[in-house]
Write a protein that binds this ligand. Structure first.
Ligand SMILES: Nc1nc2c(ncn2[C@@H]2O[C@H](COP(=O)(O)OP(=O)(O)OP(=O)(O)O)[C@@H](O)[C@H]2O)c(=O)[nH]1
Ligand SMILES: [Mg+2]
Length: 685
């Protein structure tokens, strides 16, 4: 297989709303550039990129896949990201792998939620951003209106490089306004006469936009009212690379019109790895610029893990600098571990092509890495720099996961780790307080997919249910208690007696044990058993089955029996004395309160605020940013667990939030009573 220099490579990631046509576009690109010889269809379940059985069943992309093609002596790598919001993690993690993000917009959709989400992910990122308006063959398709909607809502003005010839059923080609040619398929011809005015207007707009990005170009433009083609292309490419200009292209992935023209545009106007060779790294905490080059020091990045049922884990790799060969040893600072590259492949969907090296600028896949995982850097064995850590969004959805068959209970942890390794936004932990396996992530569909993968790949059936709330029990007053444990029915008797002073401690102090026994009324060898009895009882809970916290117990008196006293007897006495005393101390429940940052378009503020107060939430502050409100609020976790579907429903999918644990707070009386009653019901069953 031919190897390409950095200049001859282009790396694109396709982002945009679900259904905008990214996978179909990739399919057309592969087919029309002849790397494949048949055109797959989403509806027929035979596209190159959506090869996973679940993707075929759902007719949508659920995980990022990669492919490539060769066109006009260039190699173009394509990353096809899922548009469905639950799976946004894949695109975020893969951003360091590409210079160019092509945001595919739906020509009939206006400013769709998925488009907004994609653009939001790119805010502040130093990437070339390209708008590709797709579905131009659809009824009511409107290129200019779509671009205007982006301008109005996203605050930047995409600049047209291509404009469509005809629309809907009569969309037959595009005009490249720089080279002033009509392009249909790969054939170029003169611009249709009736389009001369629009082309000229678009050309002037483009020249003005480019001139504004550079003083020299501005002077040239002001002098001649024109930029030479060379200046225009050089200036445009530079402005696209820095993100100062967002170019717009148009096509129909459905009919294939405009696709090869777009590919030519990619080669002519979009940056190559050589144009973006300054890479921002960190060494320890220190930022560091790294200059990537073909023969330079090794630098790569793992941007996706795909667990192939038969081949094991594929690690998708972007090489930025140097050449990774079979046998190359490398270091991953994130894991502080070494690895050795084994077999490597260029992937076209699931089709593998063996290769013996991946060069600077190119993308491929490794198998059987011992240590390195997704989001890890590949650097020279003695280097210690790494890519900037990726900031993943916080969870918005939580479910408790349980094996359907008891016999799978032990196995589930291991296979679950493999499945969720594919999507770093899914987190999994054993909650020691509720004794549940808590799965969290970005949405219901994402968590349901975990179940499907467990079943299809590992034959493990699991189910999801609403997680229990990790309440805690504590007290608000002090009291004394006493318990004598005495049994003398046959055999050896049991005897132990304790006197406690029970008091609340400051919130967050946990459990305090004080031993004030004097004069040996309880021999010192029984004191640890008393403490143990307390700890075990507190772990299990007293009034509602939740862990007891922030309590001080002072054992100040008691009695023992020479023969019948034992550790067990004192443990029981201690446990009973605490249980009885606790109830006299005006016990309450505490619940976790989370801090939320809720981001919604301003028009939904009224509804959002009303809803927060019905959820026992508190608004802590708000700030207008652009057309959005950022609302800081606090909410009990019981309400946070089911907040996302509600927020989506009254903001038409446009509301988002991030959250983190803040503190524990007292549960209102009515809810406390319900929780206690529910526990007592359960306990007596
Ligand atoms: N008419 C028409 N249909 C299209 C076009 N592009 C895509 N489609 C259809 O739209 C549907 C969704 O297309 P996909 O390619 O799966 O969209 P996607 O952007 O990959 O969606 P996700 O994978 O969910 O993010 C499929 O049925 C396609 O056949 C187009 O240009 N014109
Ligand atoms: Mg897709």
């Amino acid at each position: 297989m031919k190897e390409y220099s950095m200049k001859k490579l282009r790396n694109l990631m396709l982002m945009g709303s679900s259904g905008s046509g990214k996978t179909t576009l990739a399919e057309q690109i592969f087919y029309q550039s002849k790397i494949t010889n048949r055109l797959g269809k989403i509806d027929e379940g035979n596209t190159t990129m959506d090869f996973d059985p679940e993707e075929i069943a759902k007719k949508m992309t659920l995980g990022l896949s990669i492919g490539y093609t060769n066109y006009l002596d260039h190699k173009i790598n394509i990353l096809d990201a899922p548009g469905y919001p639950d799976f946004v993690g894949d695109a975020i993690v893969a951003l360091p792998a590409v210079e160019n993000v092509v945001v595919v917009a739906n020509a009939t959709g206006g400013f769709e939620v998925g488009l907004e989400l994609a653009l939001e992910q790119l805010e502040g990122k130093k990437k070339a951003k390209i708008i590709l308006v797709n579905r131009m063959d659809n009824e009511h398709a409107d290129y200019d209106k779509t671009l205007e909607a982006i301008h109005e809502n996203a605050g930047f003005n995409p600049v047209r490089i291509h404009i469509p010839i005809g629309k809907e059923g009569a969309f037959t080609g595009v005009v490249d306004i720089i080279r002033q040619k009509a392009i249909s398929g790969a054939t170029e011809s003169e611009i249709p006469a009736d389009m001369a005015d629009i082309v000229e207007e678009a050309r002037m707009q483009l020249m003005e936009a480019v001139a504004e990005t550079d003083e020299e170009l501005l002077n040239e433009f002001l002098e001649n009212m024109e930029l030479s083609e060379t200046s225009l292309i050089a200036g445009l490419k530079k402005a696209i690379t820095t993100g100062d200009i967002v170019p717009a292209f148009v096509c129909s992935a459905g009919t294939g019109v405009g696709v090869l023209a777009f590919l030519k545009g990619v080669i002519d106007y979009l940056p190559s790895p050589a144009d973006c060779n300054t890479i921002e790294l960190v060494e320890g905490e220190q930022p560091k610029d790294f200059i990537a080059s073909e023969n330079g020091e090794l630098l790569g990045y793992i941007f996706k893990l795909y667990a192939d049922p038969s081949m094991g884990d594929f690690a998708y790799v972007r090489m930025h600098s140097g050449t990774l060969k079979t046998g190359t040893e490398f270091y991953s600072p994130e894991k502080d571990s070494k690895d050795k590259a084994g077999n490597m492949y260029y992937l076209l969907g699931k089709n593998r092509h063996d290769c013996s090296e991946i060069r600077a600028g190119d993308i491929g896949a490794l198998v059987k890495l011992k240590n390195a995982r997704v989001m890890n850097s590949i650097v020279a064995p003695n280097a210690r720099h790494a890519f900037m850590p990726i900031e993943l969004p916080t969870a918005t959805t939580w479910q408790a996961l349980k094996a359907v068959n008891q016999s799978d209970e032990d196995k589930i942890g291991t296979v679950l780790q493999r499945v969720i390794a594919e999507d770093p936004t899914i987190r999994y932990e054993l909650n020691v307080e509720t004794h549940e396996n808590l799965l969290s992530g970005m949405g219901d569909q994402q968590l349901l997919l975990v179940l499907k993968k467990l079943k299809n790949r590992y034959k493990v059936e699991a189910e999801l249910k609403t997680p229990r709330i990790p309440y805690k029990e504590t007290i608000t007053a002090g009291a004394e208690s006493q318990y004598r444990h005495k049994k003398q029915s046959g055999g050896r008797g049991q005897y132990g007696e304790v006197y406690f002073r029970i008091k609340p401690t400051e919130r967050g102090e946990g459990f305090q044990f004080i031993n004030s026994i004097v004069g040996g009324v309880i021999p010192s060898n029984f004191i640890p058993a008393i403490e143990k009895g307390l700890i075990e009882t507190m772990e299990k809970g007293i009034i509602a089955g939740y862990q007891v916290v922030d309590v001080s117990v002072d054992v100040y008196f008691g009695s023992y029996h020479d023969v019948d006293s034992s550790e067990m007897a004192f443990k029981i006495a201690s446990s009973m004395a605490l249980k009885e005393g606790f109830k006299k101390c005006r016990p309450i429940l505490l619940e976790p309160i989370h801090n939320l940052v809720i981001i919604v378009p301003s028009e939904y503020m009224g509804d959002v605020m009303g809803d927060i107060s019905t959820r026992r939430g508190r608004i802590m502050g708000m700030e207008q940013r652009g057309k959005k409100q950022h609302l800081n609020a606090q909410m009990p976790i019981a309400e946070v667990y089911n907040y996302f579907p509600a927020l989506k429903s009254f903001t038409q999918g446009r509301g988002r939030f991030t959250q983190e644990f803040s503190h524990y707070e007292r549960v209102p009386e009515d809810i406390t009573q319900k929780v206690i009653a529910a526990w007592q019901d359960n306990d007596t069953q």
